[in-house]
Design a binder for this molecule. Structure first.
Ligand SMILES: CC(=O)SCCNC(=O)CCNC(=O)[C@H](O)C(C)(C)COP(=O)(O)OP(=O)(O)OC[C@H]1O[C@@H](n2cnc3c(N)ncnc32)[C@H](O)[C@@H]1OP(=O)(O)O
Length: 419
């Protein structure tokens, strides 16, 4: 297609109508701007084509400005800006004509031009879509089911967990979005994404159709010395079976350092009238499974892909993060969607955790798709494993191992909240 035009979506109603056509969910009664809450006006993009239906765009996408916690010095994550790609949709009449490809190229060019933002990240609706566009799977999410009253054992955290009190609020209570954001930013662990204030306003928004027959979303704040140090967002689904209470409690995310999470989870496991607790956005190596006594001690664990990361400005993104070990490796990067990244780069990390990444004419040690560096960016996805799987080509023996030892983090990235 030659006449695709990508630019700001000037018509918010048309933008929303496109999303409704693509996702075929119930049409909500809230105003357009209420439904677009959190998506800045200058981050709503659309594709137009001559002769397209004026009520819908052929394609749309949006960006939540976010903060991503990446490996930092001394194991403390470093927070960097990140473009949170979202609201991607192509009208059914226009699919498989290259509109997504065009929109992503536009997105990469926008991020490339934005000073300070070097990575894009997303949650994928379907796992087959984004790898070909340079996104690599950087973290996993578990959904863990537990029975009410399940015992969580963590002897060395008892004292710290004992200093936490919990306080229940409703998501629409005044001030809750600001408290969520401030707390999330303060305790963000490796792999966390933290949105702007409007993102939390969106999370706390309770539209009538989403509430039908359901409890409003609640927030359990964890407090120590009068300060918020964590939170869990949850709601209970009322159910009775054989005259016995058998409600389920769904926790969207449990945020805080481990002792805080322990205190929050214990409270979630102790709600009256609830029989089953389902905790989402649990990291692949979250202590919850250890506290419960291992996978079979839970009521079940589901595993999903969490955050997909795309290095848009490869050298800047790689130099932003801290490195775990020295390395001197020339990578030959395949990146057709962001051609400024394509080719050979020499990555030299020293024992202080700093790295330089420069263009190189030297023979490549490792040839890889840019998505492999996105996967390894948080230090979670094993680059050596990717080489063993045939997804990365080692051209100097030992180079994939050297690069992986420098990229890896001591802790597995947490799962990222949905956006
Ligand atoms: C971050 C987010 O917002 S995730 C939400 C993504 N949106 C959705 O899932 C909504 C429903 N789906 C859609 O709107 C569309 O089908 C999209 C956005 C997934 C794809 O848009 P299209 O314009 O059809 O994609 P495009 O024509 O650019 O295809 C690019 C390539 O990806 C492939 N592809 C596209 N969608 C899929 C898919 N769902 N599964 C596997 N392959 C896919 C195409 O076959 C094509 O392959 P090719 O280059 O080998 O020919």
């Amino acid at each position: 297609m030659t006449d695709l035009r990508v630019g700001l979506a000037s018509d918010a109603d048309r933008y929303l109508a496109t999303d409704q056509t693509v996702w075929f969910a119930e049409v909500l009664s809230a105003s357009t701007e209420e439904q677009l809450l959190g998506l800045p006006v200058d981050q709503r993009f659309a594709v137009d084509v001559d002769g397209a239906d004026p009520a819908t765009y052929p394609g749309i996408y949006g960006v939540f400005p976010m903060t991503l916690a990446i490996p930092g010095a001394a194991d403390a994550p470093r927070q960097v800006p990140c473009a949170g790609l979202t609201w991607v949709g192509v009208h059914p009449d226009h699919r498989r004509k290259g509109i997504l490809t065009t929109m992503l190229r536009h997105h990469f060019e926008e991020v490339h031009a934005a000073p300070g933002t070097h990575v894009s990240a997303l949650h994928a609706s379907e796992p087959a879509i984004y790898g070909r566009h340079g996104y690599g799977l950087a973290s996993h999410e578990l959904v863990v089911t537990l029975s009410r009253g399940a015992t969580l054992t963590a002897p060395d955290l008892e004292d710290a967990a004992g200093t936490i009190t919990t306080q229940m609020a409703t998501a629409t209570d005044p001030g809750v979005p600001a408290r969520l954001r401030e707390c999330h930013l303060a305790v963000a662990e490796l792999g966390s994404v933290v949105g702007e204030q409007a993102y939390y306003e969106r999370v706390c928004q309770q539209l009538p159709e989403n509430l039908r027959g359901k409890e409003p979303w609640r927030v359990l704040f964890a407090r120590r010395d009068g300060v918020d140090v964590g939170f869990a967002a949850f709601r209970r689904n009322e159910k009775w079976e054989h005259a016995r209470p058998s409600s389920t409690l769904d926790a969207w995310a449990v945020v805080g350092e481990p002792a805080t999470r322990l205190a929050l989870l214990r409270r979630l496991l102790d709600f009256d009238l609830v029989s089953t607790v389902k905790v989402g956005t649990v990291g692949a190596d979250d202590p919850l499974v250890l506290w419960a006594g291992g996978p079979r001690a839970t009521g079940g664990i589901e595993t999903y892909d969490s955050l997909w990361i795309r290095l848009v400005d490869l050298p800047e993104a790689l130099m932003d993060r801290a490195w775990s070990a020295p390395c001197d490796v020339v990578v030959d990067v395949v990146d057709r969607a962001a051609p400024w990244n394509e080719g050979r780069w020499r990555i030299r990390a020293d024992d202080t955790g700093a790295a330089t990444v420069e263009r190189s004419e030297a023979d490549a040690d490792v040839r890889l798709p840019v998505a492999a560096l996105g996967s390894g960016y948080l230090g979670g996805a094993n680059l050596l494993g990717l080489a063993r799987a045939g997804l990365v080509t080692e051209q100097r023996r030992g180079a994939a191992r050297e690069l992986w030892h420098a990229l890896r983090a001591d802790v597995t990235p947490v799962a990222a909240v949905g956006f």
